[in-house]
Design a protein around this ligand. Sequence first.
Ligand code: TEU
Length: 529
Amino acid sequence: TAHTEWWRGAVLYQIYPRSFADANNDGVGDLKGITEHLDHIASLGVDGIWLSPFFTSPMKDFGYDVADYCDVDPIFGTLADFDALVARAHALGLKVVIDQVFSHTSDEHPWFLDSRASRSGPHADWYVWADAKPDGSPPSNWQSVFGGPAWTWNARRGQYYMHNFLASQPQLNVRNPAVQDALIEAARFWLDRGVDGFRLDAINFSIHDLKLTDNPPINDGKKRTRPFDFQDKINNQSQPEIIGFLNRIRALTDSYEGRFTVAEVGGDHADREMKEYTAGDDRLHSAYGFLYLYADALKGELVAQGETMWPDQQGEGWPSWTFSNHDAPRAVSRWAQGRDRKAFAEMALLLLVCLRGNVFVYQGEELGLPQAEVPFERLVDPEAIANWPETLGRDGARTPMPWHADQTNAGFSTVEPWLPVDARHLPLAVDAQEADPASTLQVARAVIRLRHQHPALRYGGMELIETSGLLVFERQERGGSHERLLCVFNLGHDTVRWSPPAGATQIEAINFAGGDALPPLAGRVFRLA
Ligand code: TEU
């Protein structure tokens, strides 16, 4: 039943391995560093971790360009280090979810080296190849997420190959059953090593339109900030055949005990795809939506949108939400808008744990870190470099985790890290916040505990009561406890008069000192009779 599944309603902590902790002091974080700091994560009370890629990679997209699915890149350590990480995590009661990048490989993967060598070799049809148009131009108008055409010419094969991201991330032909077999075997390798689940990277990019139909332009009048956003990406994404592949992944994970799968679903059709990918028991367990990731303000309407796009109905799957990750500017910097950053970060943590679905906390979010400022000459993200200054890219969300306020590079590494530490992160370091009973870190622990103590928060349905002005909603667990909780947030800039209904008992409060007025950034949770 729902309540024995560890993953349902779980809080997962995302680790970006390059930036978490650098045990061998080469400037880049590693698996040993993670293992040494798992106590910190366990102390938050989360259910598990999600590790961004640590596989063999030329690092053109910092690990999202995989050259060997079944090995650890030497910069991160060894398979033995991975086994030690899993053992320590499990000993601490933490589940381990890892990234699987199944939509594309690195252009240095042996499959691609073979595929581009000839049109008749064993891997000839493992990637998406197409002839040029008669005038030599690319086969379709498809655009890469990082800007520029989604097609790159290869002189040896005399064809274009497709890539939704960098040219060094060729698109796998996931329609080919042999490709699916190989990916399933890679997943099995990690399941046998004890991982508890997978986050499936850009999985809605994995099956393209065979007819290579041009994408229509987007004319919805919305402001678009990212360069690839001017064209609907319907034809290089998510064709119906994806479901067969998801069925195979689910059948594999179901052949092990207690495993979890979550699709990463961005793009223009996320709301439909999230549901399709999770409908029924033979697809994925959950889908991770982008609703909050690029929003430039946190409003009640946004929460309402999430509930509308993901109604609480049988058979529609289970959403996963996050406010921040390694791709998007950190939420406090997008949302605080001149208000007190610490107060904002703490209210946002309470709201996150009150949402219906699984929630993901990104490393540093428990410290209330703002987006780091990375000077132009230190930018390394290929998306940032290609599109600067229209987009600042992703480096500012990927700077080293600050462990010690008084140590060099915040205790992340003894040598200059691959991305600089932002000086504003030093006073927010873990050791400084450990010593302060009123820190964001202590609030993070308290609110995660709150979610775990209340089945209504973890498993319950959500009913929106007010979404403009104040955000007010109820969470109710219909199954076992029949618990009903009322959650109230003032996301606005002004104080609002509000008093709880008769018989309500407050069980948590953030930025609230009492009385019948709710100051901006106040959040309160009540038990209803
Ligand atoms: O991101 C997939 C994705 O949909 C991108 O649009 C993402 O929003 C982009 O990075 C925006 O800046 C995943 C990973 O999370 C990302 O880090 C990888 O670069 C990408 O896949 C390719 O593997």
